[in-house]
Structure formats: C-alpha cells, structure tokens
Write a protein that binds this ligand. Structure first.
Ligand code: HEC
Length: 130
C-alpha cells in the first residue's frame, strides 16, 4: 500500500513537472489583449515603456536595455513560447537578462496569457491593433 502511494506520488510529480512546461513548437498564446493592457500598464510599462520600445522610466537605465517589443521585424522572430516563458519564468529561462524577473508569483496563469497577448499587439501592424 505504502509503495503504491509512493509510486502514485512520484508519477504525479512527473506529470505536473511536464505540464508546467508547454511544448515550444506548438504553444500558442491564448489570452485577451484588452485585459492584458491594464496589466502591462501596471507592471511592465516602467521598464518596457508605453509603446514597448524599452524606454520606460526604469527601463532606460537598464543594461541590457529591455528589448524593443514594438519592433515588427524583431518580434516576428520571437515565438509565443518565448514571450510566455519570459513573463512566467523570467528572462533567464529564455536566455535573456535576469533583470526581467519571473511574474508567476504575482500574476495568475490567465493574467500571464492576457499580458502576453497584449505584448503581441505592440508589434502588430497598425490596422490590427485593438
Ligand atoms: C525591471 C524592468 C522590467 C520589468 C518591470 C519587466 N521587464 Fe520584461 N524585460 C526586461 C529586460 C531587461 C528584459 C531582457 C532584455 C529583453 O529581451 O528585453 C526583458 C524581457 C522581456 C521579454 C522577452 C523579449 C524577448 O524578445 O525575448 C518579454 C516578452 C517581456 N520582457 C515582457 C514583460 C512583461 C509582460 C512585463 C510585465 C508583466 C515585463 N516584461 C516587466 C525588463 C523588465
């Protein structure tokens, strides 16, 4: 009985560990950019700036400077997975600066998805912006 419990516990651990890490190739952001905008303005604007250019009051002083989230060409090369994981787990998880901290302690899964969706709109062609 005890052994069975231990095995059950171990397999749950393995399962949740796996569930925490979405597959980089198939992961798609599934959030509401409208709700994400408020989260962005509250927590992210100070570094990433109003338009995402990395020129917020605190962002200007950082080295490296926050990446230009509004640059259409650059952002086309950044996957949904990278955006989501940078926000959730922090910059280091995606090979970026440690100054980009993990937000999973403060933001819910839905918040992370919403703000990730908003980040995507910063580099969208004018016509697609909400
Ligand atoms: C203390 C300043 C700071 C705050 C606050 C901050 N960031 Fe960052 N962020 C950075 C830095 C520095 C980097 C690493 C350099 C880079 O790639 O922009 C970064 C990286 C990122 C990246 C990765 C960009 C890429 O191309 O890989 C995303 C996405 C991002 N931040 C979104 C957010 C969101 C959303 C928030 C709010 C929940 C936020 N950041 C809050 C400083 C900050």
């Amino acid at each position: 009985m005890l052994l069975r419990l231990i095995i059950l516990f171990a397999s749950c651990q393995a399962l949740t560990g796996w569930a925490d890490e979405p597959d980089p190739a198939s992961f798609r952001i599934d959030g509401n950019a409208g709700s994400g905008q408020l989260i962005y303005r509250t927590y992210c604007l100070t570094c990433h700036g109003e338009t995402g250019a990395g020129d917020g009051p605190s962002g200007k002083r950082l080295r490296p400077r926050p990446y230009d989230l509004s640059n259409v060409t650059n952002m086309a090369g950044v996957t949904d997975w990278t955006i989501y994981m940078a926000i959730k787990e922090g910059g280091q998880r995606v090979g970026k600066s440690v100054l980009m901290t993990s937000w999973k302690g403060l933001l819910s899964e839905q918040d992370i998805q919403d703000v990730a969706a908003y980040v995507r709109t910063l580099a969208a062609p004018e016509a697609e912006r909400e």
